[in-house]
Design a protein around this ligand. Structure first.
Ligand code: RIB
Ligand code: CA
Length: 307
């Protein structure tokens, strides 16, 4: 994150499954001069990985950032025969809004790209932001234990520690989509801050705020407005923008230390983030509160930078 003495942009990698809320997060990351978006990796989640990858390419093209490399990643969870997708974001994953196709994704698999970049960048200089199922990141850690710990920060949207899930009563979508991967990442010992439903449920977008994006009179503003208008929710939640906003303005969030792991076993508790009162499980920071108005202002301001 920028500090008064360090005006160099924060180097980030974004792993995502666009998805409409991923789209806002991606536009923010592409727009902000505070962030140096080294690359985008995509994973099966909201939609199959070929769809999430094409969506990431199109969104970067919309943002005028066709220069940012996009890499397709894992097509299915670590321990399941096929991906658990959803239609919340529409069949195409972006609310049915037409986008010009962006440049083709790179040939290198996302797991290879993430591992190579984590290995090549100086230790403690890269911020890794993950806003979909954690399959790609888990594969990085399984193939090269300790690589995730090279990141300066690992900012993840996922889980529900002290509130109900949103895909089952026990589990949030990203953690339920690949519970094994979520547990592998939590156990990697990286500098993790988790943005679960505990905080993202506070980040509701109002109809007025969504309308204000349309009033930007820019391609990006109109596209963001159109995607959100297609969302089947009243006051939809800015899940995936939270970790990106934290990278830009951590002061918008309150966090606390938590020991917890993820229930891997198939069944009603699969994907549950289970706090461990005895302090034995993985330890990380959990975001517990957000300045909602400040968050909405920041998301709007970053998207307003785009044409
Ligand atoms: O539970 C919310 C998460 O699931 C978000 O990342 C959304 O894009 C979906 O992937
Ligand atoms: Ca997502």
């Amino acid at each position: 994150m920028l500090s008064p003495t360090n005006m160099d942009p924060t180097k980030i990698l974004l792993d995502c499954d666009p998805g409409i809320d991923d789209a806002l997060a991606l536009l923010m990351a592409a727009a902000s001069p505070q962030l140096d978006l080294l690359g985008v990796s995509c994973v099966a989640g909201n939609r199959p990985v070929h769809t999430t990858t094409a969506n990431a390419c199109a969104l970067l093209e919309l943002a005028g950032r066709g220069d940012v490399p996009v890499h397709a990643g894992c097509a299915r969870p670590l321990a399941l025969p096929e991906a658990r997708t959803n239609l919340v974001h529409g069949e195409d994953g972006l609310g049915g809004i037409a986008f010009a196709a962006g440049p083709a994704p790179r040939q290198e698999h996302a797991v290879d790209f993430l591992a190579r970049t984590l290995r090549d960048e100086p230790i403690g200089t890269l911020t890794l932001i993950a806003i979909g199922p954690l399959t790609n990141l888990a594969m990085v850690e399984i193939r090269e234990p300790g690589l995730l710990r090279r990141a300066k920060a690992l900012l993840v949207m996922g889980g529900a520690a002290f509130c109900p899930g949103n895909v089952t009563p026990a589990a949030e979508f990203n953690f339920h989509a690949d519970a094994t991967a979520a547990s592998v990442v939590l156990n990697a010992g990286a500098a993790l801050t988790l943005f679960g439903l505990d905080v993202t449920s506070q980040a509701a977008m109002s109809a007025d705020w969504i309308a204000s994006l349309g009033r930007l009179r820019t391609r990006a503003g109109r596209a963001a407005h159109a995607m959100l208008a297609a969302y089947a929710f009243e006051d939809p939640l800015l899940h995936d923008a939270c970790p990106v906003a934290f990278a830009l303005a951590p002061q918008l969030f309150d966090c606390r230390q938590l020991h917890a792991d993820v229930e891997r076993a198939p069944g009603p508790d699969e994907g549950r983030l289970r706090p461990d009162a005895d302090g034995h499980g993985p330890r990380f920071e959990l975001a517990t509160a957000v300045d909602r108005e400040g968050l909405l202002e920041r998301v709007h301001a970053e998207i307003a930078r785009l044409a």
